[in-house]
Design a protein around this ligand. Sequence first.
Ligand SMILES: Nc1nc2c(ncn2[C@@H]2O[C@H](COP(=O)(O)OP(=O)(O)OP(=O)(O)O)[C@@H](O)[C@H]2O)c(=O)[nH]1
Ligand SMILES: [Mg+2]
Length: 495
Amino acid sequence: MVLAQLGGSISRALQQMSNATIIDEKVLNECLNEITRALLQADVQFKLVRDMTTNIKKIVNLEDLAAGHDKRRIIQQAVFNELCKILDPGKPAFTLKRGKPSVVMFVGLQGSGKTTTCTKYAYHHQKKGWKPALVCADTFRASAFDQLKQNATKAKIPFYGSCTESDPVKIAVDGVETFKKENCDLIIVDTSGRHKQEAALFEELRQVSEATKPDLVIFVMDSSIGQAAFDQAQAFRQSVAVGAVIITKMDGHAKGGGALSAVAATKSPVIFIGTGEHMDEFEVFDVKPFVSRLLGMGDLSGLVNKIQDVVPMDQQLELLQKLSEGQFTLRIMYEQFQNMLKLGPLGQVFSIVPGFSSEMMPQGREKESQAKFKRYMTMMDSITDEELDSTNPKIMTESRIMRIARGSGRLVHEVMEMLEEYKRLAKFFSKRKGLRIPKKGDMSSLSRNMNAQNMIQVLLPHMLKQMGGMGGLQNITKHMGSTKDMMGMFGGGGE
Ligand SMILES: Nc1nc2c(ncn2[C@@H]2O[C@H](COP(=O)(O)OP(=O)(O)OP(=O)(O)O)[C@@H](O)[C@H]2O)c(=O)[nH]1
Ligand SMILES: [Mg+2]
């Protein structure tokens, strides 16, 4: 994704600087010039970039820094702070309250991604235990209702709309009423767009908003407009009470940085970014973790949250218990592959692991890795319960392997490759025997974190393996030093 390129350029500039034996004025200037170039390429406003470099030079007064100071760290911190400043709208993001039905209305120009984003937003909340519903109040485009219906059906989210009613206000009101009666707690209203900001669109939005009284209006914009996002966001804010912004298509356009900073300048909090056409290509936007990821510094708390979302606490405890007893069965491998797939696109997962970046997982390879997980799982579907729960590797006799290959429609050597992978992982986990785990029922935040860190140790080897299998391990070790360092970062002992 393009943002990964921006992040890559900035972290490379910082890296080059830290490779220099002495960090003097010249080295610092070269580093800042590289960063400036990267930001301008991402369409960040010239004045913001200039102010940023001036501030960094002021903070990092090389002459004042006594010998022994970690100059690289101080400069990196200054870059981090300044980038955060550029992206900080100075206002906390709006959070929906639970316990009563909330109405959220989506607005934006034609083709900005409203309908797609409505579904992503609903799906995101559904995974977190909300009961969302979608209302199509777009009567401007003939196929709008079909599109929303299709998206909603795919995500198993209830929807409301009409092919015959032409009044968007009536549809919106009826839809909201219907879902309130059905006890939905997040009612999302999709509206129509127009090519440009015009009076007819704003009047329609005003009417829908007045009739449905939304708790939150979300403005959706396409990142490709870059700095021009400032004027567009201002125009919408003046017509409807925009409470939050979602920027879409951050995957395909070089101007994402410009759009993000321009929206921040309008004092509107960006709450999510869209990074692709698929339902799960959608990320929570939070300034500090975002910048941290951009600089390749990861987002440990994001990773912990993601794992908590995917793997319920009692399952985490159960798994850790088994691992601490040194049992690594084929069933555990199967469940971990399931978890990996549930975490979302691997590139996204990589971008939040400290020291990794989504640049390391190009799109083609991501699909390949995901396909490999799925292939292994199909083979494991033909394995009996006895085999899945066995800790004796000798159980897999030739005839059993032949049976699995036949049952899954795969080749014998593919089954053997999968079993080899299992053996390697089992060996890795046999060394984790005696893992420290919190007691059942102990839900303090310390033990939750400890659990998540342990889970990361469980999941990461799979990722490494996948990357390694595709020739990417070199890439990782170049960035990370070694697996041991990485495990150390999570507070656990590596191999
Ligand atoms: N690559 C990419 N494509 C996106 C993203 N979000 C939306 N799209 C695509 O953008 C196109 C327009 O999206 P829609 O959701 O139909 O846009 P809309 O704002 O509802 O459009 P109107 O209803 O006509 O105003 C579709 O082809 C989407 O698949 C994104 O984050 N990344
Ligand atoms: Mg639409």
